[in-house]
Design a protein around this ligand. Structure first.
Ligand code: FAD
Ligand code: MLT
Ligand code: ZN
Length: 480
């Protein structure tokens, strides 16, 4: 693969042959054993078109039993496997590095049950996030997570990456919302951990191991998830701040004064705004009078429209008088709120249209966060555009560097500097996207050697032949 330079195919892995293909046809039927070049091309390349594998086989199981049979066979034959959901991952985790077999869960998208009293949804892992949310809308509930990739990403992919997204500040992480899982281990064993209980302290909570394991410990086939009631009073404000310190203070104030209704707190800088306006058709700045340095989106969600609106307006007035915000608009209808959200959610797409993007997803103390963006601008000068946005309410910065074409010298100015800086400030080199292929070798910037060793032991216990998503998450050196 293009970004796999420096990696060699693990010599213990077998190469696919005709008998293998026929065996899979026996389990799955002809039409779910895919060798068609166009479909393979799609499965081999990631959303950013940055990582390319050369798999010769795409499998589309339709039930847990088929996943189990596939893995049991691959394990016995030492055929490496890449679990794949909606393939929207941003760290090269969802595509093969060499000729791994791709197992895509897209045909496993059934809703299994929904309990209207508790709000607990049980579904297959290949269910698309937006479809689940649409199903819940009819029942008066909402998915506890939302992200720009909702139209393609699978709940199984979300759980496997422990995706954060736009609602995390309100509903918390998947480590709390996922109540149960069904997963298939490398040897084909089906682990039934599909509980539907809020509370269950009977021994080790093994499902947590699979949340955020990026396909390296097993294939998730079913998910049980707690969903909150859908509240109908939503307000969205698009605000401008003159400096980053004001954004921080605004966050603190919003937590204090909007606490129980606050449902999102996102930020973007003026360079992000320019990126969106230049590359996404039909977008315009909601605050067109001038280009401000920072923009903040504050969303509130509650149950009393007039009370919620008053509360937000009082907060905005106070923040304006106190000088924390210098301009702002409150969405007047759903069209306007979609267009506000489109600016924030469209950033990954805008960047990807602008050329090559060097993408970093960092957890940092909020007060340090923007210092990195500014240092990066100084380091790179005119050679690249440096863009900062993210989930400010969760301490998560998306630092993106954009050049018209890939440039090795730019990359060398960014890495390892960005990882060292993050580590020095006790941050995390992956807040929500995972390590994938991109950062498998960088794990030590965020985890101690003893911790990485224990991870390697767990990996070898659950997947002794290391067939599941090889070259991802952990450095090769701790596994072999
Ligand atoms: P894939 O990309 O297919 O896979 C991701 C990883 O999970 C891979 O390692 C894969 O092997 C593994 N995997 C997938 N399915 C399974 C399974 N059933 N069992 C075991 N392993 C599996 N992430 C955030 O956290 N927050 C965001 O706000 C956010 N916004 C995004 C916006 C856009 C426009 C895009 C393109 C991506 C965004 N992402 C975000 C990144 C990405 O992590 C999420 O889109 C999503 O969680 C990935 O789901 P997926 O089904 O596409 O998984
Ligand atoms: C986002 O918050 O927009 C996503 O995590 C994607 C990205 O970082 O570009
Ligand atoms: Zn994000």
């Amino acid at each position: 693969g293009s970004m796999a330079s420096g990696l060699r195919k693990n010599p213990t892995f077998a190469t696919l042959n005709l008998d293998d293909v026929n065996y899979f046809k026996g389990i799955l039927g002809e039409k779910n054993v895919i060798q068609d070049e166009d479909r393979l091309a799609t499965a081999n390349v990631d959303w950013m078109h940055k990582y390319k594998g050369s798999s010769k086989l795409l499998l589309r199981p339709t039930c847990t039993e088929e996943v189990s049979q596939i893995l049991k066979y691959c394990n016995s034959r030492r055929l490496a496997v890449v679990p794949q959901g909606g393939n929207t991952g941003l760290v090269g985790g969802s595509v093969p590095v060499f000729d791994e077999v791709v197992v895509n869960l897209g045909s496993m998208d059934k809703i299994i049950s929904f309990d209207k009293v508790s709000g607990i949804l049980v579904c297959e892992a290949g269910s698309i996030l937006e479809n689940l949310d649409a199903f819940l809308a009819n029942e008066g509930f909402i998915m506890p997570l939302d992200l720009g990739a909702k139209g393609s990403c699978h709940i199984g992919g979300n759980v496997s990456t422990n995706a954060g997204g736009l609602r995390m500040i309100r509903y918390g992480s998947l480590h709390g919302n996922v109540l149960g899982l069904e997963a298939v281990l490398a040897n084909g064993t089906v682990l039934d951990m599909l509980g539907t209980l809020r509370k269950d302290n009977t021994g080790y909570d093994l499902k947590q191991l699979f949340i955020g394991s990026e396909g390296s410990l097993g294939i998730i086939t079913k998910v049980s998830i707690l969903t909150p009631p859908r509240l109908f009073s939503t307000n969205l404000a698009f605000l401008a701040c003159n400096d980053f310190f004001s954004c921080q203070k605004l966050l603190l104030e919003a937590k204090r004064k909007l606490g129980e209704v606050l449902s999102a707190f996102e930020f973007l800088d003026s360079q992000s705004m320019e990126m969106v306006l230049a590359h996404l058709d039909g977008t315009r700045n909601p605050l067109p009078s001038s280009l401000y340095r920072f923009y903040v989106l504050i969303e509130t969600t509650g149950s009393d429209p007039s009370y919620d609106r008053e509360k937000l307006e009082a907060f905005l007035l106070q923040s304006m008088e106190g000088g924390l915000i210098c301009d702002g608009a409150v969405a007047q209808d759903t069209n306007q709120s979609s267009s506000f959200w489109h600016i924030r959610e469209g950033l990954p797409e805008a960047l990807s249209k602008a050329g090559t993007v060097y993408k970093y997803d960092l957890s940092l103390p909020v007060e340090k966060m923007y210092g990195l963006v500014e240092e990066m601008r100084l380091r790179l000068g005119q050679s690249a555009k440096v863009v900062g946005y993210g989930h400010l309410g969760d301490g998560n910065l998306h630092l993106n560097i954009s050049t018209p074409e890939y440039d090795d010298s730019v990359l060398r100015k960014i890495e390892p500097f960005v990882y060292e800086w993050t580590s020095k400030h006790k941050g995390s080199i992956s807040a929500e996207h995972g390590l994938g292929l991109m950062k498998a070798n960088e794990i030590h910037y965020s985890k101690s050697p003893e911790t990485v060793q224990l991870m390697a032991s767990i990996k070898k216990l659950l997947d002794p032949n290391c067939i599941l998503n090889p070259y991802k998450v952990l450095p090769q050196s701790v596994l072999h």
